[in-house]
Design a protein around this ligand. Sequence first.
Ligand code: TMP
Length: 253
Amino acid sequence: MARRKKIYEGKAKILYEGPEPGTLVQYFKDDATAFNAEKRDVVEGKGVLNNRLSEFFMNGLNTIGVPTHFMKRLNMREQLVRAVEIIPLEVVVRNVAAGSISKRLGIEEGTPLPRPIVEFYYKDDALGDPLVTEEHIIAFGWASQQDLDDMVALALRVNDFISGIMLGVGIKLVDFKIEIGRIWDGDFMRLVVADEISPDSCRLWDIHTGQKLDKDVFRRDLGNLADAYTEVARRLGVLPQNGAPRGKPTLIN
Ligand code: TMP
């Protein structure tokens, strides 16, 4: 089969032209990067795990009526997604202080926040993805006030859904990042969750031990990243201990 046309290559994924107009194939690499790719490594199996985990979360979101770009998983490393126009903002939701908010505001890591906090970062590697306010976003035309309201609502629904699923398997969703895209249907535009949802883009702590089960294991040299992601997948029933991985999400009873 002729190799598909590469549309875009990022740090952890590649997008290829899809089989139908308006579709793309999203390929998950094993590459791990942190601090804007200053730290990098190859973690064998990470792409396979993130493909499965992102499928699991996106399928679940689609099922409860939160629209995503996800259509179906194609194989171990690839999924079919709808082509979207990515809004150049990283949308972060925080339930517990960690990472940059702890550093910026001097809040001890692990401090529960009084309510989920939604932040926007402007996607620009050269600038190091700076934190921006709604004023910046509207003034520079990255999104409208209506888009922002819809993005906050989407992000909070994702937060409630993933928090609940994780709680069911003894994991705290500390924070996460999503990307949101536009899909056009004639003049009508809707916003959908795009990119990926995986331990690369979340902070996940074991509820009892506080053990980190996310990319901080790599960022902070805390152990084997693939082992941490495998543990998340195993708890969610995405990769059962015995037997082949299941393709469909198994929502917690
Ligand atoms: P932060 O505390 O470093 O701002 O990260 C907040 C959340 O966003 C955390 O779950 C990790 C995720 N994240 C990404 O997915 N990509 C990034 O480039 C950064 C900086 C954070």
